[in-house]
Design a protein around this ligand. Structure first.
Ligand code: PEP
Length: 262
């Protein structure tokens, strides 16, 4: 690959958002798409806080098979409607290689979650889909294993991969995962790919999202991806980590105070 770090462009022609070294990209939205109203409300909250890409899961990889699994295609349609209403490009997770074509038809960027980082058939299918890919770090993956997972996508001719550090399993139970902030400079020294941080899924607690976002900014991450929800207490997925109100305003202020990229 060429020398230097890459920028990945997300969105439809004429309205593309960069993720890379010359900017700091703020992605936000609900953990799961639950209803059209909830998704639109979350998107408007995200946009008002300065987010330029909307996240939201239509296919949810839940630990329990009895937990809400996502709305599937109906959720993708809601996301496409919310993109039309807000102008925000969409990133959404795909958990099964068979769903890659339908997800790619609706989304601007495909997300591969932590549980599927080493699902090589899914990585290859995502690599063939013709859309940028957000590749989260496996919760027990080394940085080298994560970069090799990215190679499975790149090998299909798709170099538009953004890495996402979302915390790893350690012995520490105070947070759901331990955010490995050192992964950011290590990856930037090793790979040309942009790297963003997900403080919401790392901590699993909303009170840590703003401090960890500040850490991501300080360490030089290329962006953050954060959960927001208009009513976290009734969220069908990961409510305790979702921001709204003052917390979201604090985050927006932290992002706005970013020093200019030189
Ligand atoms: C998500 O972003 O919705 C998600 C489930 O994240 P992770 O794969 O990092 O747990």
């Amino acid at each position: 690959h060429h020398a230097g770090r890459s920028t990945v462009w997300v969105g439809q022609p004429g309205a593309q958002v960069p993720i890379g070294p010359d900017t700091f990209t703020f992605l936000a939205g609900p953990c799961a798409v639950e209803t059209a109203e909830q998704t639109l409300e979350a998107a408007l909250m995200a946009k008002a806080a300065g987010a330029t890409i909307l996240r939201g899961g239509a296919y949810k990889p839940r630990t329990s098979p009895y937990a809400f699994q996502g709305l599937g295609v109906a959720g993708l349609e809601i996301l496409a409607d919310v993109r039309a209403a807000t102008g925000l490009p969409i990133v959404t997770e795909v958990v099964d290689a068979r769903d890659v074509p339908i997800v790619a038809e609706h989304a601007d960027m495909l997300q591969i979650g932590t549980r599927n980082m080493a699902n090589f058939g899914l990585l290859q299918a995502a690599g063939d889909a013709g859309k940028p890919v957000l590749l989260k770090r496996g919760m027990t993956a080394t940085i080298e294993e994560w970069l090799m997972a990215a190679e499975y996508i790149a090998q299909r001719g798709n170099l538009d991969v953004v890495l996402c550090e979302r915390g790893i399993r350690t012995f520490e139970p105070a947070t759901r995962n331990t955010l490995d902030i050192s992964a950011v400079p290590v990856v930037q020294a090793t790979s040309h790919l942009p790297i963003i941080v997900d403080p919401s899924h790392a901590a699993g607690r909303k009170d840590l999202v703003v401090p960890l976002s500040r850490a991501a900014i300080a360490v030089g991450a290329d962006g953050i991806i954060v959960d927001v929800h208009p009513e976290p207490e009734v969220a069908l997925c990961d409510g305790p980590q979702a921001l709204l109100g003052n917390d979201l305003r604090d985050l927006a202020t932290a992002v706005r105070k970013l020093p200019p990229v030189v």
